[in-house]
Design a protein around this ligand. Sequence first.
Ligand code: NAP
Length: 249
Amino acid sequence: MGKTLVEAVSQAPDCLLHGALARSGSEALGQAAAPGVFISDDMLATLSGADVLIDFTRVDASLQHLALCERLGVNLVLGTTGFDAEQKRRIAEAGKTIGVVFSPNMSVGVNLSFALLDMAARVLNTGYDVEIIEAHHRHKVDAPSGTALRMGEVVAQALGRDLAECAVYGREGYTGERDAQTIGFATVRGGDIIGEHTVMFAGLGERVEISHKASSRMTFAQGALRAARFLTNSGTGFFDMQDVLGLRL
Ligand SMILES: NC(=O)c1ccc[n+]([C@@H]2O[C@H](COP(=O)([O-])OP(=O)(O)OC[C@H]3O[C@@H](n4cnc5c(N)ncnc54)[C@H](OP(=O)(O)O)[C@@H]3O)[C@@H](O)[C@H]2O)c1
């Protein structure tokens, strides 16, 4: 995502690449990310004077970056996934000091899907079993994907359920019959699949499926840029892509 983000920022006439960061020891250090912009591991120097950090890295790294952004008053677009509930609370808290857009999936299409899922769940609220299937490339380290979990949260909320209590993550062996109150998750990992999600509402005699398939990582980068632009006018606060796209349910 780092390379795709640099490409997206470099192509955007209204954005300026202030710096590019990699972890200490990375082979990328010292290379030019763009003309005159060299990849560094010096967070403090690189972030000083920047308007916004776009961070798609790893959980531990992102939490360190978050603290530094608060200290320096730099807004944050956070795309990293895999945070636990306590870490998510910590990220939300940063919205008191800086502007934060946090979304497990910055694609416009996926965020539209969240709104469609809310509508579907409210209409198909009884007699339909909800199953969420996601597929990603072989390098992805967390499962189910942050997007699949968010889809589950949207559906659970619309149905008046708590995802933490009704989620079933994978099935094996003698499972017994399906409990109608559950929301099931299935994960596929392989090859270079960029990101595919399907939410299935399976009833008697019909099935509604809402699917999103990403074919380029540029969709996430373009969404992150929209989030960065949004933060330049939003002031402090904790936001997600529903806010950025005006889709808040
Ligand atoms: N929100 C969205 O729309 C969206 C879309 C795509 C991906 N994601 C999420 O974004 C994250 C990154 O995805 P990816 O596919 O780009 O993964 P990736 O290829 O593994 O990239 C992660 C990058 O973060 C770097 N990194 C690790 N620690 C760092 C540190 N302390 N400082 C700076 N850089 C550090 C890694 O460097 P090394 O390789 O040198 O270790 C690596 O280049 C994942 O959590 C993924 O799920 C979100």
